[in-house]
Design a protein around this ligand. Structure first.
Ligand code: DAH
Length: 350
């Protein structure tokens, strides 16, 4: 027999060598694999080859010791390979933790929607004239939207406003609708004033959304905004209405805008008028055209009676203005759909 060290002694020596090995580079890991685990010349493979030199009664134990040795060499190699792969992928992303942080992409500041800006401008002006703001629901009943406003039952005046019905009109149902105008807020404000014992004087505007069953085009939409106005007191006349509307137009458009009152009809006012402003446009024949901005009139005595206000003692005026139309004039935008598309290329201009 040779006088080389016994197999158990060689196993111990290899274990010490495996434990002491450094495996911090790919080259070291590869050298480790060849040295210990190589199929042909690996040190552990070689020791397996010597198992026959061990006395039969010790073979089982020696075999187990060799298997354990191989497993621990494989475990060390696996750990080292995993750590090396992680380092490699971190390097591949060019991650340099010493660099200063990136400046985030600048965030555009938002801005108020052009309709909101227009509405606020209108409200500010009427606030200066002493009007307070009232609001009402967008889902209305037949009484507030029509009947109290002197629309007779089954009267064609109800068709003036293509209505979205949520419930059949009376007598079949309660005639719940998406309000077709802000005029029902007039009724609510007057009813409230009477109920609270205050009664007139009343001086309010009521801004809000209204809905009509209309085909969408550049000039009409199924939803838009109005600002209602209502003044009730003793001795209120049509001259007061004209004065307020002229003062409003001067404040809103600036300068001395050209305005005209045209006789018109609304069930809830008598007399009634529609008001146009002159829209300068050198490209149009005549240098411009008249644009309707609102309807108005003296509150019909029937409306006052319906809410319990004495029409012998009180008179009043009312008006209803289209906000989209005011915005169109203010911003020179003549397609109403643009206000509802939420296209940032449009909105960011305001
Ligand atoms: N409610 C009317 C409409 O939507 C507008 C209107 C006209 C309102 C005359 C008024 C008014 O207050 O007096 O077409």
């Amino acid at each position: 027999m040779s006088d080389s060290p016994s197999l158990p002694a060689q196993i111990d020596a290899l274990r010490a060598e495996i434990d002491a090995a450094t495996l911090t580079t790919p080259e070291e890991a590869e050298a480790f694999r060849v040295r210990f685990l190589g199929r042909k010349a690996g040190a552990i493979t070689a020791l397996f080859g010597q198992i026959g030199t061990v006395p039969p009664e010790a073979r089982r134990e020696t075999g187990q010791a060799l298997n354990a040795l191989r497993q621990s060499a494989e475990a060390r190699l696996q750990d080292a390979e995993r750590a090396l792969a992680q380092t490699a992928s971190a390097e591949a992303t060019d991650l340099d933790l010493t660099l200063p942080g990136r400046v985030p992409a600048p965030t555009e500041p938002g801005s108020l929607h052009p309709l909101t800006q227009t509405l606020e401008a209108i409200q500010d002006i009427f606030a200066q004239f002493g009007f307070t703001v009232a609001r009402g629901p967008e889902i209305e009943d037949d009484w507030h939207n029509f009947t109290a406003l002197n629309f007779p039952a089954n009267h064609p005046a109800r068709d003036m406003q293509d209505t979205f019905f949520l419930e059949e009109p009376p007598p079949a149902g309660r005639g719940v609708v998406l309000r077709t105008h802000t005029s029902p807020v007039q009724v609510r404000v007057m009813e409230e004033a009477v109920k609270s014992g205050g009664g007139p004087p009343i001086r309010v505007i009521a801004p809000g959304r209204v809905f009509r069953n209309e085909a969408v085009s550049f000039k009409s939409y199924f939803m838009f905004h109005q600002v209602e106005g209502l003044v009730i007191d003793e001795g209120v006349s049509f001259a007061d209405l004209k004065a307020v509307l002229f003062a409003f137009a001067r404040a809103f458009f600036g300068g001395e805008p050209k305005m005209r009152f045209r006789p018109s009809f609304f069930p809830f006012t008598e007399p009634s008028a529609e008001v146009d402003v002159w829209w300068e446009d050198a490209n149009l024949p005549g240098g411009g055209r008249w644009l309707e901005i609102l309807g108005c009139g003296m509150v019909d005595p029937n409306v006052l009676s319906a809410v319990g206000i004495d029409p012998e003692r009180y008179t009043g005026y009312a008006f209803g203005m289209g906000v989209e139309r005011m915005a169109q004039i203010r911003y020179d935008v003549d397609d109403i759909r643009l206000y509802y598309e939420n296209d940032l290329r449009f909105l960011s201009q305001f």
